[in-house]
Design a protein around this ligand. Structure first.
Ligand SMILES: *Cc1c(COP(=O)(O)O)cnc(C)c1O
Length: 409
């Protein structure tokens, strides 16, 4: 067994894992299968993949692509370099986030689910939180407003009806019971159409309680000053942090890895008093991100503040012109060049398509492409394999071309 394990050393896997593989192969009375078993195990490790799906924020592929090159050094995570005193992990990157969306203050936690949980626990535990019945939603991966509310210790107070909720419904609830805040939740990948009515943030802001808006996807500013050509048409009416705060929200919460284009994180931004109460709550300690995340998020926020959308991979990919994608498809020189429709993904701006270009091969080659090193993730439509170039970094074109040539259609 040990000899078999050692014969697999070239896989680069640590010896104890190779011993497991060798043991399984011998137990299956098939020692020759050890090589394939080792390869299968190696492919369970996290590794770079080429996203040729056309889904810009693909939850299975880690949502937004982020750079994480970082030397093995210490960093001033909780040290104030000006005074030499202990500083706040929340201060530096939080300040950049606040500055980028026009908030007084902001803090960063592990994800947006954590942001909503912390806001409710810190500001409303033991009290009521008013939520429209039309916004008491479930958002991908088990984020359910009533369940997050329950975990926070706050009490959900249902307002209005599933399709229509008016300001008067909130006013009546605030007069009737102990309401700590009104929570407005962007339904993200869910739409109610027809005979509907919702209360916009500026109307909610007239209530005598703070308004918290979970905008979800982290569009910082509807004017997109980081894009030379301004906001793309496909953004439609996706809520943005800056405008939601300007409309009177006391706090907004959003993800770091959706339209913000950063690492998995959650941001709580708004009134400095309320943000400070969140930061002081004991849960903040359990939900705080590590230096790797803060580092990657800082890079993204600095790019926003420089108005350099090209430095943010999500925005660079989302705003590449179709002509450029078509030129790249021609240079790749394999398969047919076809029109395609990319999508933002991760529940952001549901239902919109971004014109794109794909390379099409007849037949289903998804498994072959996924078995390539690095794995290429493609989609299959109408009996054809499509590799959408909008989500492929130009630096990966050569790898994609090589993989496509192995498909031989
Ligand atoms: C995506 C989303 C969440 C959950 O955010 P995560 O960062 O995935 O935890 C919560 N609320 C809304 C409105 C969302 O769109």
């Amino acid at each position: 067994m040990d000899a078999l394990a050692r014969s697999l050393a070239s896989t680069g896997l640590p010896h104890p894992l190779l011993v497991d593989v060798a043991r399984e192969a011998i137990a299956a009375a098939d020692p020759d299968s050890a090589t394939e078993r080792a390869a299968t195990l190696a492919r369970t490790l996290l590794q770079p993949v080429v996203n040729a799906t056309g889904v810009l924020l693909h939850t299975n592929l880690g949502r937004a692509p982020v750079a994480t090159a970082r030397p093995a050094t210490y960093a001033n995570v909780e040290l104030d370099l000006a005074t030499g005193e202990r500083g706040s992990r929340f201060a530096g990157v939080g300040h950049l986030a606040a500055r980028a969306c026009g908030a007084e203050a902001a803090i960063v936690v592990n994800n947006n689910a954590a942001a909503v949980l912390l806001v409710l626990a810190a500001l409303a535990a033991g009290r009521g939180v008013a939520v429209s019945r039309g916004e008491s939603v479930e958002i991908g991966g088990g984020f359910r407003v009533p369940e997050v509310m329950e975990q926070s210790g706050a009490r959900l107070v249902d307002i209005g009806t599933t399709n229509r909720t008016r300001l008067a419904d909130y006013t009546a609830a605030v007069a009737r019971s102990d309401i700590a805040l009104a929570l407005k939740v962007h339904p993200s990948n869910y739409r109610i159409t027809g005979f509907t009515e919702t209360v916009p943030t500026d109307a909610l802001a007239t209530l005598p309680v703070p308004v918290v808006v979970d905008i979800g996807s982290g569009l910082l500013d509807a004017a997109c000053p980081w894009l030379r050509s301004g906001p793309p048409a496909w953004l439609r009416d996706e809520p943005a942090a800056r405008q939601t705060l300007a409309a009177g929200a006391s706090l907004v919460t959003f993800s770091g890895d959706k339209l913000l284009g950063g690492p998995q994180a959650g941001i709580i931004a708004g009134s400095s008093d309320l943000v400070a109460r969140c930061a002081r709550h004991p849960l903040a300690r359990a939900l705080r991100p590590g230096a790797l995340v803060l580092d990657a998020l800082q890079d993204v926020l600095l790019a926003y503040l420089r108005r350099d959308g090209d430095a943010i991979p999500f925005w660079r990919m989302a705003s590449t012109s179709v002509d450029i994608l078509r030129d790249r498809a021609r240079s790749i020189g394999v398969g047919d060049i076809v029109d395609s429709a990319a999508v933002p993904g991760a529940g952001s701006v549901p239902g919109v398509e971004i014109a794109s270009v794909a390379i099409a091969l007849a037949g289903n080659h998804r498994d072959t492409l996924r078995a390539h090193t690095p794995p290429i993730i493609a989609r299959v439509e109408d009996g054809r394999t499509l590799c959408d170039l909008r989500t492929v970094d130009p630096g990966e074109d050569a790898v994609l071309a090589a993989a496509l040539r192995t498909c031989g259609s």
